[in-house]
Write a protein that binds this ligand. Structure first.
Ligand SMILES: [Fe+2]
Length: 350
């Protein structure tokens, strides 16, 4: 296997490639370095088969969608990833082959709901779940410290001690560690119970990243232009979240709420289906199409998407435009389907 870390900075991007077929994958590519990645692929005589984000990043814009557009490489993320335009959604245990190199998906949520690690041969790519002598923060973007502790201790620490650890970030100049070293020396996890870990992670007191509008929401929505006035974190936090069961109960209320699906048309017609009677306005078109909703200004609007993330953005935008009662379907069509609630499938009626 050909293996290189390509950024030489605090954010890590890994190139892995099969030496026989010259097929390659990039793990966690960052937007500023697209030219460098294409040059390196050319230098090694590799074709880009896949671009993989270990999770939705809050600190840098992903290059996955741009690289996919330029090379035809498939975009791969965990099923819980909120963005559209992901070619392959993967789940725990799935194996994906890059030529002769096989990557095994380990679902390791906690830093974010869509965090996964990738295990191959003698090494594991841990994203921001397990860092060298640290762990990823779990205090926003759907993070959960208890889940993170379980991911680290029940999944990653069950790999052989000699397994090499390559994280998505390092702030101290380290390049790699091993599972055995992190078991013994990681100050956040070593010797702590689950409860102690949760207590620690809930009181880190880190400032929230100031790039919510410029980085996190564009990554969550795969939007690369300024058509969307992304709301602030405070505005997002004010959106009322309704569980699938609460939304279903409201469907028989009178007057019934307007269900606003903000996914892309191919998602609306895709495997998760859509809720009967919903109106489809993709998030990127929402600011230009609010006139269609004017007559609903006093009606209860429930925004819907894949994971409940893009629709929270949509709900905050509508609230900011004076729509009085806007809620969000928490967990989106993923949770709606997981709870076996009724869906329609097929294309949008025109
Ligand atoms: Fe992260």
């Amino acid at each position: 296997m050909l293996f290189r870390e390509l950024n030489c900075g605090k954010c890590k991007t890994y190139l892995i490639a099969c030496e026989n077929t010259r097929k390659a994958a990039l793990i966690d590519p960052i937007k500023e370095k697209v030219d460098r990645y294409l040059a390196m692929l050319g230098y090694y005589g590799c074709t880009l088969d896949a671009v993989i984000d270990t999770h939705t990043h809050a600190d840098h814009r992903t290059a996955s969608f741009e690289l996919s557009g330029l090379t035809g490489a498939k975009v791969i993320m965990h099923r819980r990833a909120p963005a559209p335009h992901i070619d392959i959604h993967v789940e725990d245990g799935l194996r994906y082959a890059i030529g002769d190199v096989e990557l095994q998906v380990l679902y390791t949520p906690g830093h974010t709901p869509d965090s996964m690690s990738l295990y191959t041969g003698d090494r594991v790519f841990t994203g921001d779940t397990l860092l060298i002598r640290g762990t990823g923060r779990s205090d926003f973007a759907g993070g959960d410290p208890g889940e993170e502790f379980d991911s680290i201790t029940q999944k990653l620490f069950r790999l052989p001690d000699e397994t090499l650890v390559f994280p998505a970030h390092d702030y101290r100049g380290n390049t790699h560690s091993t599972i055995g070293e992190e078991k013994r020396l990681n100050p956040r996890v070593s010797g702590r119970t689950r409860e102690e870990y949760i207590e620690l992670m809930n009181h880190l007191g880190l400032p929230l990243p100031d790039k919510i509008q410029e980085v996190l929401q564009p990554n969550e929505s795969a939007l690369d232009d300024d058509r969307i006035p992304f709301p602030s974190l405070a505005q997002l936090n004010q959106v009322r979240q309704l569980t699938p069961k609460e939304v279903q109960a409201l469907l028989s209320a009178s007057p019934s709420p307007l269900l606003l699906d903000v996914r892309e048309p191919e998602e609306y017609a895709g495997e998760l289906g859509h809720i009967a009677g919903c109106l489809l306005i993709p998030l990127k078109e929402l600011p230009a199409r609010t006139a269609e909703l004017e007559k609903c200004k006093e009606r209860h609007i429930i925004a819907i998407c894949r994971a409940g993330v893009r629709s929270t953005t949509a709900a905050a935008i509508l609230t900011g435009l004076g729509f009085e009662q806007v809620s969000n379907l928490k967990g989106g069509m993923l949770d709606w389907n997981d709870q076996n609630l009724p869906v329609e499938r097929g294309k949008q009626r025109s």
